[in-house]
Design a protein around this ligand. Structure first.
Ligand SMILES: Nc1ncnc2c1ncn2[C@@H]1O[C@H](COP(=O)(O)OP(=O)(O)O)[C@@H](O)[C@H]1O
Ligand SMILES: [Mg+2]
Length: 325
């Protein structure tokens, strides 16, 4: 039995500003984020629905082009949707890295072309993930909306960033310290007492430290942030969110609860239903037992399997009746 449903949870946490939907692929994260965004906008809150998904999921969900910039959603006051251009984000990030590396090579008087360094720094999935993460926290820091709903929780990233953040800050502190020492040594040694030049590397490190700290304080604040995990009554999706939830607990990232999606309505399954349907219902029943046990007190909503895919604002509004009963 649901102890505290979504509506109760939100009214107990009225200041929530950053909502995320995580879970295995295909479980309904995008449709649930869309549903939550429409509901939030209907409560009169200026809301942004954002996606860092490389596929055009939001445009397809809303049946409207929301690619590349925050775009008002047709027929829904207070709601903008924004599909972040991943390619563009990654290119910009590469460009910035190149500038820093070039500056550094010049500074260190190393006569190597920057290309190799740039390649090795950017040719890995972690780089792309962190470029998207940077983009997400930029949006958060801009602070133009009252509520932000992120379609795909960059789960691995949030975890990595937050898990790493103490290591990061130790590392950055050390770097800053040795930069300072190097700078003052240079001052002492230089005959001309000319004013120090600007140091882009130092600026970058200080800025990084500050941004990491801010991101962490927002993402670990239970009054502002909540991660919701979506599952189906099936083995794999349950295993995935069980793991996520325990990671998140460890890092102090607030978990808002679990949404169970695509549950077959038993009353609609008659005696003469085909076996594969009956078997599926029996399987779902069993996994529902697991869900009640594993996520005791954290299930916020149970959403039926509809007879059609969920696309367009009307279907999302219909879904909202189940997410917010
Ligand atoms: N309760 C539901 N009933 C029927 N179809 C659903 C339901 N929830 C999601 N869908 C459909 O399932 C597919 C996957 O949903 P999606 O939100 O894209 O998943 P994810 O973002 O987790 O990969 C979509 O076609 C969506 O319309
Ligand atoms: Mg999706």
């Amino acid at each position: 039995m649901i102890e505290m449903n979504m509506t109760q949870y939100l009214s107990e946490n009225p200041g929530l500003k950053y909502l995320f939907f995580g879970g295995k692929g295909g479980v309904g994260k995008t449709v649930l984020a869309g549903t939550a965004a429409i509901w939030s906008a209907s409560q009169g809150k200026k809301t942004l629905l954002a996606s860092t998904n490389p596929v055009h999921s939001l445009s397809s969900l809303l049946m409207q082009d929301v690619f590349g910039r925050a775009t008002p959603v047709n027929g829904i006051p207070n709601l903008d949707a924004y599909e972040i251009d991943t390619k563009d984000t990654i290119e910009k990030s590469k460009h910035e890295i190149r500038e820093k590396i070039e500056w550094f090579l010049k500074f260190a008087e190393v006569k190597t072309r920057a290309d190799e360094f740039v390649e090795s720094a950017t040719m890995n999935p972690a780089f792309e993930e962190s470029a998207m993460f940077e983009n997400m926290i930029d949006l958060m820091f801009e602070d133009k909306y009252q509520v932000y709903i992120f379609d795909t929780a960059p789960t691995a990233n949030a975890r990595r960033l937050l898990g790493m953040s103490s290591v990061y800050s130790m590392w950055v502190n050390k770097m800053v310290q040795s930069r300072k020492e190097a700078m003052s040594l240079r001052d002492l040694l230089s005959y001309s007492k000319r004013k120090q030049e600007k140091d882009p590397l130092m600026d970058y490190l200080l800025n990084l430290r500050e941004r990491m700290g801010r991101a962490k304080s927002l993402l670990t604040n239970p009054a502002l942030t909540s991660f919701f995990f979506v599952t189906l009554p099936e083995a794999l999706p349950i295993a995935v969110i069980t793991r996520f939830i325990s990671w998140f607990r460890d890092f102090g990232i607030p978990v808002g609860g679990v949404v169970v999606n695509m549950v077959i309505d038993k009353n609609s399954v008659k005696e003469d239903a085909p076996d594969f349907v009956k078997n599926r219902v029996a399987m779902q029943d069993e996994y529902m037992q697991t869900i009640w046990k594993e996520f005791n007190g954290q299930v916020r909503a149970i959403i039926p399997l509809f007879d059609n895919e969920v696309r367009g604002v009307d279907r999302l509004k219909h879904m909202a009746k189940f997410l917010y009963t």
